[in-house]
Unconditional design. Structure first.
Length: 179
């Protein structure tokens, strides 16, 4: 169990680093969705079934759709924006966070953090989704479905605008050819 949790944590960290290093924002959003899905899986293995369901549906589902929606509206161009936090301060914060994470990990052995769940407490995923949190899941599905329809609507509007622009360009070329 510890090896599985370690592998999931390592995979989540790799996905998070790839999200930061990705050149395109859309690719970064997909890496972030992978990170969120792996965190949800780790939460489920730790026994936090309801939190895992919410993380998976909201973190990996709805937030990813909203990111794709925002990227499609704003565009995927990289911006040269200066950071607000000075570089030494950011590096210091990262080091302090890493040291705190290491301290809390060493202070409590990993075996105490991830304890095997008693067989009587194990809840199948289907029960956690539909029996315990059924209404929440249905509302989240409706929100995700609405987000997908919104993105499709935006992309369809963009395609129509693009085809209208090409028609206008074609008409202008015909008029120029006639003159």
């Amino acid at each position: 169990m510890i090896y599985i949790a370690g592998f999931i944590a390592l995979a989540a960290v790799v996905c998070a680093i790839m999200a930061l290093r990705a050149a395109k924002t859309l690719v970064s959003a997909l890496w972030l969705a992978g990170t969120s899905a792996l965190v949800a899986f780790a939460l489920y293995l730790m026994g936090a079934h309801e939190i895992a369901v919410v993380e998976l549906s909201v973190g990996a589902g709805l937030v990813t759709i909203l990111f794709v929606f925002a990227i499609s509206v704003a565009g995927d161009e990289a911006l040269d924006v200066r950071t607000v936090i000075p570089r030494p301060v950011a590096i210091t914060l990262v080091i302090v966070t890493g040291l705190l994470l290491a301290w809390f990990t060493v202070a409590q052995p990993i075996a105490n953090l991830i304890q095997p769940i008693a067989p009587s407490i194990v809840v199948p995923l289907a029960d956690a989704l539909w029996k315990q949190r059924g209404l929440d899941v249905l509302v989240q599905i409706a929100l995700i479905f609405g987000g997908v329809l919104g993105v499709i609507g935006l992309l369809a509007d963009g395609a129509e605008a693009g085809s209208q622009k090409s028609e206008v360009r074609g008409q202008i070329r015909e008029e120029e050819a006639q003159q």
